[in-house]
Design a protein around this ligand. Sequence first.
Ligand code: TXE
Length: 479
Amino acid sequence: MIIQNYINGQFQDPIQDQWLDNYCPANGEVYGRIPNSSSADVENAYIAAKSAFPSWSQTSLEARSRILIKISELLESNLEKFAEAESRDNGKPISLAKSVDIPRAASNFRFFGNAITQFASESHESIGSNAINYTLRQAIGVVGCISPWNLPLYLFTWKIAPALAAGNCVIAKPSEVTPLTAYLLGEICTQAGLPNGVLNIVHGLGTTTGQAIIEHPNIKAISFTGGTATGAHIARVAAPMFKKLSLELGGKNPNIIFADCDYKDMLETSVRSSFANQGQICLCGSRIFVEASIYEKFKIDFVEKVKQLKVGHPSNDETNIGALVSKPHLEKVMEFIDIAKNEDGKILCGGNKVTVKGFEDGYYLEPTVIEVHNDECRVNQEEIFGPVVTIMPFHSEDEVLQMANKVKYGLSATLWTNNLKRTMRMSNQLHAGIIWVNTWMLRDLRTPFGGVKASGVGREGGFEALRFFTEAKNVCIKY
Ligand code: TXE
């Protein structure tokens, strides 16, 4: 399988003929190659985007909306093909790709195709000054979208759809680890009638292709999802050029369980919030804090349920836990399990590599639960981003609030309680951009999405995304 760049509506090889291997996480084999694009490819993408911009930014909202909705429909009618590609490239269970990843990518286009027709700008009458102000929301120009490997098409389109809806032309780079569905998207965009140059997809390493995008002086905004260290690097490069930045970075999210919760619901959801997508979701509740009075019961019930999860080949419908995305990532996650042992953590279940018959070189790991005694230990502080969670008891609301907030991240938090006053108190005080109460990852695309502290800056979703991808210009007229 040879993946090419999609520039000006054409599929092309990289100019310098540099390629990378693409691995299948389920069996460890190389099954394709992808361009490692240079700044020359990014420049070509920029030239295409720049020349498409005047016409695209002046295309009526209805016409843009129609094209985006058409892309959504084509994704839906190609669901099987995209889901298989996503599962093969990323290692995630096919059931997840079919039920979550690809439907959500389609929803992203449909949602922003509709949202742009509802996006209103403000006007303010300056009473006493005989003046009226109105605010234009103008497309920025050429923007860059850089996405990670954990939810490949889901997050790629979460950026591209609002950028295009708002009238920008886009240079997008998917993760080099999971390029396949982004490659397939190009063909669908052409079929849907997206004009050439409006969306350009360049593939390659972060340090070559990604770097060329963030350093480009005329790419005026960067929307990035990925690791915190990369986010900090991007901010350093972009700041002197005054680029607009949206950074959605890592998380180490608390899952806080009070004794008065609906236990069954909490238990089932906590298994999902710990291990969905092999724990490789920035929103996973990777630190579980349980009120002391139900701690021992929870520990037994949770571990029993986790042991029932089936680790297996991603294409098997029975599989709950597929392969981790790459060998280096598997090694990194396993290192954390060793760190936990050295820090006096107790492995309650899991902790070992799994050999799946017939796919012995795949990157499989048991879902792992670690009991920790000190919330400041490394496994409780650092983002592991794999099927590994920590659990520990707490004795009071104040204590758990302090532990929950004592990490550098602040993306999401989950609370399990039926006490309304406590819900309000805790929600106000938790350091996070997203709080779920008695649920997890229930998403409404209109809501603001993003984190505080080392989890990033800016908000995606709904009109927040359309505001990010436009410049506000105020016009004041005296009459
Ligand atoms: O991410 P990177 P990695 C976390 C998770 C994971 C760690 C590292 O803890 O273990 O980050 O993952 C591109 N200029 N998350 O190394 O490198 C890169 O090519 C421009 C959390 O895979 O941040 C890819 O397209 N771009 C996260 C994207 O950035 C650069 C999801 C993300 O890769 C670049 C993924 C550069 N200099 C990992 N360097 C989440 N928040 O969901 C890299 N890239």
